[in-house]
Design a protein around this ligand. Structure first.
Ligand code: SAM
Length: 351
């Protein structure tokens, strides 16, 4: 594995990558860099969607508190532990625990207990990423002390005005930024990202998103296309990009992030697969090095619908595992079974 310095991609060259450069040559450059840093290897993160109960009201999200059509669930401690143990037994190097947000002490305590329980049962080998939203510094610290290593919190857009248009007034871009900085100060491996194709977002704004992720020292990047959910207020906003355009832009974003932050972990996200059955493979060939197979118990999957058309809601984890291995092999890559694959970027940042 090579350690790469952060590349100096300026605004104009990022805009060129997102709009003008021939896609095949852009993807080839990014894939070559990915192979130089990571080899032909793909890291796995087993995604457990632990609850869709949410106190927030993001205008685009299917599990927002205002969506009365969503049946709410919370996995209990044993169910979470069983899913994580399955991931460890099946040599997934790490897991992500993701949830809607409930900013209260019982939920802070619940995850603290779950984390201690996982570490007591499974030891320190497994990477544990949390994606539980905006919380107080003390809560982030308690979860880190209890055994979490990484935290994923998307900034959604680096443009505070666009952020304000897609969130209710009580949610602020500044708070999210402060959470990201707190996580970094505390010593988490930090992940962030944006949605691509939001109403009112242009290529200039997306180029600034990449500069934001680079300048904030983000170690992991998870980005995906915005997909309108009919039961959300943002769905009424038009025009939206056509599927082909959205796919092209999402893949260009992956490639441009790889070229701007060569040693970051970059995910080929589920939303990419939702707009193209081969979206994840295309993401890997455009420079991503991580996939996040869903390992949520099947009975809950249909209720964690952030957007319509989410793939794998009818499958179980076993089936997903086999399908994934075939897909990764089909593009000439190997899964890094049993490896945590910590981002080289984090090692460099904290050295
Ligand atoms: N509540 C936590 C948080 O906000 O970080 C984690 C769960 S949240 C549902 C995870 C991510 O889903 C968000 O950061 C957002 O980018 C993505 N998401 C929500 N609705 C979406 C949509 N309609 N299309 C694409 N992505 C969406």
């Amino acid at each position: 594995m090579t350690t790469k310095k952060t590349a100096a991609a300026d605004h104009a060259s990022l805009v060129r990558m997102l709009r003008d450069e021939d896609f095949a040559s852009l993807a080839a450059r990014a894939y070559a860099l990915k192979t130089e840093v990571w080899g032909k290897r793909v890291a796995l993160r087993g995604l457990v969607e632990v609850s869709n109960v949410c106190a927030r009201n993001c205008l685009y999200c299917g599990i927002r508190r205002g969506n009365a059509k969503t049946a709410r669930y919370r996995m209990d401690e044993d169910e979470i532990l069983a899913a994580v143990a399955w991931a460890a037994e099946n040599r997934y190097g790490s897991v992500v625990l993701q949830s809607g947000e409930t900013d209260d002490e019982p939920s802070a305590l619940f995850f603290e207990r779950v984390l201690r329980h996982i570490r007591a049962e499974l030891g320190d080998g497994l990477g544990i990423t949390l994606s539980l939203g905006e919380r107080h510094r003390d809560v982030y610290r308690r979860w880190l002390d209890a055994g979490a290593n990484r935290y994923l919190l998307r900034i959604e857009t680096s443009d505070p005005e666009l952020f304000a248009r897609i969130h209710p007034a009580e949610q602020s871009w500044r708070t999210r930024l402060e959470c990201l900085r707190t996580l970094r100060d505390l010593g988490y491996v930090v992940g962030s990202g944006v949605m691509i194709g939001l109403p009112g977002q242009d290529v200039d704004s997306l180029a600034r998103d990449i500069e934001f992720l680079r300048d904030e020292g983000v170690d992991m990047v998870g980005m995906g296309p915005y997909i309108a959910h009919p039961d959300t207020p943002l769905a009424a906003y038009a025009p939206r990009l056509e599927r082909e355009q959205l796919l092209d832009l999402s893949l260009r974003m992956i490639a441009a992030v790889r070229l701007a932050i060569p040693d970051a972990n970059i995910a080929a996200t589920t939303a990419l697969q939702a707009i193209d059955p081969e979206g994840r493979e295309k993401g890997l060939l455009a420079g991503a090095n991580v996939v996040m197979p869903n390992i949520t118990p099947r009975k809950y999957r249909g209720d964690y619908l952030l957007y319509p058309g989410k793939p794998c809601t009818e499958e179980d984890s076993e089936l997903c595992r086999g399908c994934l291995e075939r897909r990764v092999k089909s593009i000439g890559e190997e899964i890094a079974w049993g490896e945590r694959c910590d981002p080289v970027h984090f090692e460099r940042r904290t050295r």
